[in-house]
Design a protein around this ligand. Structure first.
Ligand SMILES: [Zn+2]
Ligand SMILES: [Zn+2]
Length: 167
């Protein structure tokens, strides 16, 4: 694939290293005032975006769909594919997990937290959180992590690092 055509009327969002697809899609949509279906329409890929944001990845996003999405979001299809689970890696989508210490350094949901085999953060040697450390509300899907805090008690994700157990 060649260069991605930039859509000058849209805000471009630089992906974070390791960012999950759901989190990136939400971050792109918000400043551009796009609903999931609006983004799907713009890209010409139909109603799949809402499913992808929920990590409903069966059927798996097709290369053609990622190429069409790439034109709208201004991020290459290869980079978008890199936000999806790698082949052969078992995933666990519920509960959604968080390392608050990572979030404090780089505010995004990381795909690797949802690997079935992963239960701790190797960077910080801390156990991943499976719910809010303060009020125990489950985390919302990452596309909705707009404010970087618990939607119920408003504890910042970064502050939850203090409550993570050493791994
Ligand atoms: Zn971490
Ligand atoms: Zn909470």
């Amino acid at each position: 694939m060649g260069e991605v055509d930039i859509q000058p009327w849209l805000f471009q969002i630089e992906p974070y290293e390791g960012e999950s697809f759901s989190h990136f899609l939400g971050r792109f949509r918000r400043p551009n005032h796009l609903t999931p279906s609006g983004l799907g329409q713009l890209a010409g890929i139909g109603a799949v975006v809402a499913r992808w944001e929920r990590f409903h990845l069966n059927p798996f996003p097709a290369p053609q769909e990622l190429e069409l999405l790439a034109i709208v979001v201004g991020v290459s299809a290869e980079r978008l594919a890199g936000m999806l689970p790698p082949k052969g890696i078992g995933m666990q989508w519920t509960p959604l997990r968080l390392c608050g210490a990572c979030y404090g350094e780089m505010p995004c949901h990381r795909m690797e937290w949802q690997y079935k085999s992963v239960w701790k953060c190797d960077r910080h040697q801390l156990k991943l959180l499976c719910k809010c450390a303060k009020c125990e509300a489950p985390f919302k899907m990452p596309a909705l992590w707009e404010d970087g805090n618990c939607h119920r008690c408003l504890t910042p994700f970064a502050a939850m690092a203090l409550h993570q157990k050493a791994a």
